[in-house]
Design a protein around this ligand. Structure first.
Ligand code: CTP
Length: 225
């Protein structure tokens, strides 16, 4: 890739950069009206999509339920669950040059989704939860050498250790380590402070800064790498 937003193959401009981004939370339904989810606002993923569009790239944004307007120029694919997010991303991943997984995917879902609204019994209730699919790990496992794959690591302690572990285990090129325990930055905030870690040992810190500036920093760095 070059910085003008083109993919160069055999010395020729092949096509404009195609970028796939996941954003927002997923919802894992227990019954038609209740679900497991988290407080992700989608702001970081949407800022990345807007910045990628501004660079002239073709952008697919696969988004869980958020209260944000679609970034003009991006193709938004609205999804609900982790399963649906993977099914939507899968064909788009094979066509993309850059995949940035920002979504706060729920890690567990109910083993069975009740067809009707669950009624309370008066006593305690047990839910059987099973892991959801790891979208990033599944897709990165079949990455072509020229594709660039970037993950996020939301951590509340041992930020860089856990992030590096995810970088290796999920076979990523870059990971954005994100301390979500700091007030005013990270999940659901307007600002973010990140440490970008690369598979070749790179380490670059940025912020606190507004999420659009953090998005520009991330895309600048991963293109140069
Ligand atoms: N991710 C994903 N699918 C999942 C879980 C995570 O694609 N089922 C992606 C996220 O979008 C992010 C990265 O994996 O880019 C790391 O997500 P994070 O929530 O920080 O970590 P987990 O892998 O879920 O591990 P843990 O919750 O144990 O920290």
């Amino acid at each position: 890739m070059d910085t003008a937003g083109c993919v160069i193959m055999s010395g020729r401009v092949s096509h404009c950069i195609r970028c796939l981004i996941t954003a927002g939370p997923t919802r894992e339904h227990l019954d038609p009206v209740r679900f497991l989810s988290n407080g992700s606002s989608g702001k970081m993923g949407y800022a990345l999509a807007a910045d990628a569009v501004a660079r002239g790239w073709q952008v697919d944004l696969v988004s869980g339920p958020v209260a944000l307007p679609p970034p003009p120029g991006a193709t938004v694919h609205a999804v609900v669950s982790a399963d649906e997010m993977l099914r939507t991303c899968s064909p788009l991943f094979d066509m993309c040059d850059l995949f940035v997984a920002v979504a706060a995917v729920a890690d567990y879902r109910a083993r069975t989704i009740a067809a009707g609204k669950l009624k309370k019994s008066g006593g305690p209730m047990q839910l059987e939860l099973v892991p959801t699919v790891d979208i990033l790990k599944t897709l990165a496992a079949r990455k072509r050498p020229e594709q660039v794959v970037v993950g996020f690591a939301a951590e509340t302690r041992d930020l860089e250790d856990y992030a590096r572990r995810k970088l290796t285990e999920k076979k990523l090129d870059w990971i954005v380590a994100n301390d979500v325990s700091r007030p005013g930055v990270g999940m659901n905030a307007d600002d973010n402070a990140v440490v970008l870690l690369g598979r070749k040992g790179e380490r670059k810190a940025y912020g606190p800064a507004p999420k659009p500036a953090v998005a520009a920093f991330i895309l600048d760095q991963v293109l140069q790498g």
